[in-house]
Design a binder for this molecule. Structure first.
Ligand SMILES: C[S@@+](CC[C@H](N)C(=O)[O-])C[C@H]1O[C@@H](n2cnc3c(N)ncnc32)[C@H](O)[C@@H]1O
Length: 320
């Protein structure tokens, strides 16, 4: 969910011969069943990319000199080719962030990740207590998350905590920031809940009220000041609709690769602009740039802007 970051103010996507950033969901399989999961993760895709296809994509990323890749999922640490992909990218000096629920990080895994000098290890912590975290992250184990942070801290890895606010946990945000600081995280990242996937299905139960959001952002401002110079406290200011409105004008220089190699235009839209298993990445990139001007995309997007509930269709892909 970091596609938004690939932006250089004032630059147009047309100027780039390759993306600046790849958000790669390397699998759909997950050990958890999060109530708010925007990916609807759980079962592996039947057409999941093979190891050879994944390494071929890595080679193309290196050749195109794409500087930064985020590996997400599903839960990326249970992807059988996770280490092959990660080590290939790092050996070739691609900066990598991994996005994980932290449940598979034991001493050995922490040491191995630490040795790869990652840009960051992003760990999901959706509560300052086991109760709220585990209420959202069905089958999740909050203690394992805390343990993973401690083990990574001992390797000096750059830990980023992500907290997704819902009615279950929003009141704990202040304590969660304090906890992240006590675990020596480098950053605490949050923003509004996205109405995609299971979050869309469970929207009424999950979506915080305006008053709750007001209080949440006020607490974050206080914590930002409190931890200035020690830990970055960042709240992404846009919700998914504001982000989409902006992207229609200024698409990000990034691609969102799904576990089967299909490439999505952006999280909240259902459009697929290519497939890295059947065409070169350079072709996908050309398609991506063209797709933003495609009438099917602009018309659907303007309907979404008028009726945000349509974002719920984001995971029902439409090939362009
Ligand atoms: C889909 S998860 C995949 C990686 C890993 N399994 C995990 O749980 O962190 C990637 C990130 O998206 C966040 N996320 C999931 N659903 C979301 C939603 N509806 N709105 C905002 N962020 C969400 C998660 O909290 C996590 O930080």
């Amino acid at each position: 969910m970091t596609q938004a970051l690939a932006t250089i103010p004032g630059a147009s996507v047309e100027q780039y011969e390759a993306p600046l950033f790849i958000a790669w969901q390397i699998n759909a399989e997950c050990n958890l069943n999060c109530f708010h999961c925007c990916e609807e993760a759980g079962m592996a895709f039947p057409d999941q990319m093979s190891k050879a296809q994944m390494l071929d994509l890595c080679a193309q990323i290196v050749k195109a000199q794409i500087p930064y890749v985020a590996l997400s999922g599903g839960e990326p640490l249970i992807c059988p080719h996770f280490w092959d992909v990660l080590e290939y990218l790092r050996k070739n000096n691609v900066s990598v962030k991994i996005e994980t629920n932290g449940e598979f990080i034991d001493e050995k895994v922490a040491r191995r990740l630490g040795a790869l000098t990652l840009r960051s290890v992003q760990i999901s912590m959706d509560g300052a207590t086991a109760k709220s975290h585990e209420a959202l992250r069905e089958r999740g184990n909050w203690q394992k998350v805390i343990r993973a942070c401690k083990l990574l801290r001992d390797t000096s890895a750059n830990i980023e905590i992500v907290f997704v606010p819902t009615r279950f946990n929003i009141h704990e945000v202040g304590e969660a920031v304090d906890l992240a600081a006590s675990l020596q995280a480098h950053g605490f990242y949050t923003g509004k809940l996205m109405r995609i996937g299971r979050a869309a299905q469970n929207w009424q139960k999950l979506c915080p009220s305006d008053d709750q959001y007001r209080e949440f952002f006020a607490v974050l401002e206080q914590k930002k000041a409190l931890y200035l110079g020690r830990m970055k406290v960042f709240n992404y200011p846009y919700d998914v609709i504001e982000e989409l409105r902006y992207r229609l004008e200024a698409p990000a220089a990034s691609l969102l690769v799904l576990p089967n190699g299909k490439v999505k235009l952006i999280g909240p839209l259902p459009f697929i602009c290519g497939d890295v298993t059947v065409m070169p990445l350079t072709q996908v990139w050309r398609n991506y740039k063209k797709a933003w001007k495609d009438k099917r995309v602009t018309e659907f997007a303007s309907r979404v802007l008028k009726n945000p509930a349509l974002v719920a269709e984001a995971n029902r892909w439409r090939e362009l």
